[in-house]
Structure formats: C-alpha cells, structure tokens
Design a protein around this ligand. Structure first.
Ligand code: RB5
Length: 149
C-alpha cells in the first residue's frame, strides 16, 4: 500500500533551488520527500522530468507529486499525459487547496519564475493539508478519468 506521506519532487533546470527548498520544507513537516532531481542547473527538458515524477505517482510508488519548471505549465502538461495523473499549476494557495478538495489532484505544479519561495511553501502546505471531498466531485473526477479512454 502506498505511504500517504510519500511525495515525489522533480523539476527542470529553472527550479532547482525552489524544488530543494520545498523538499526540505515538507520533510520538516513529516512528509517523505523523494527528490528525483535534477541537481544541476544544466539546461534540460521538462517533459522527461514531469513524466518521471508522474509515473511514480501513477504506479503507486508515491501518493502525491510536486513538480516545477519556469512557469509550471510545461511540466504540468507532460505529467497530465500519464494516465491516472491529475495535475494543476497553482500560483496561490486557494487553488492549491481546491484542486485537492474538488479535483482530487495527485500532483501540484509550481512556476519557479512566477512565485517566490514564501508563497510557494504556502501553496505546498495548502495542497498537502487538503483532502478530497468526494461526493458529487467524485462523479466529475470519474468523468475526467473516462476521457483517458
Ligand atoms: C525553460 O526555459 C522553460 O521553458 C521551462 O522551465 C518552463 O517554463 C516550460 O514550461
């Protein structure tokens, strides 16, 4: 069974420092941060990092994932191509809470060139502290899953 506190983190070169700050923050909060890199700022391609993290969530290795690139957009698009992944980009805490409560998001994407570290940690906390509400929202999430064919 998947450890509900096990979270994979990944990014491209644009978000190394922020990703590592988030990994430290969530570890301090008692979550298990599985940081799969990369560790250098050498230019890389965000789709492969989004895919790698998404596959760890989709397989059940990790319960949730947090991914980052410059805007958060490209790596989110890649992650959402993996069946079973529901990932949203958030630049404020309200949306981060709602994508868990209403959309049962299992991944969060953040733009390291969009938000500063303090706001990013608030966004992460809102995402991790929220729970899916089920009910009518489950029907809608099932409809999203059905689109995977
Ligand atoms: C890299 O320059 C940048 O394109 C990437 O980090 C991200 O913003 C793409 O969506």
């Amino acid at each position: 069974m998947t450890d509900p506190k096990r979270i994979v983190l990944s990014s491209d070169h644009a978000a190394i420092d922020l990703r590592q700050a988030i990994a430290r923050h969530i570890a301090e909060r008692g979550w298990t941060a599985v940081d799969i890199g990369p560790t250098t700022t050498e230019s890389t391609h965000y789709p492969k990092h989004g895919e790698a993290a998404a596959r760890m969530v989709a397989s059940g290795d990790c319960a949730l994932g947090i991914i980052l690139c410059g805007t958060g957009q490209g790596i989110m698009m890649a992650a959402n191509k993996v069946p079973g992944i529901r990932c949203g980009v958030c630049s404020e805490a309200f949306s981060a809470r709602m994508i868990r409560q209403h959309n049962d998001a299992n991944m969060l994407s953040i733009g390291a060139r969009v938000v500063g570290e303090g706001l990013a940690l608030d966004i992460v906390d809102a995402f991790l502290d929220a729970e899916f509400e089920g009910g009518r929202h489950a029907t809608r999430v099932d409809m999203i899953t059905a689109l995977e064919g």
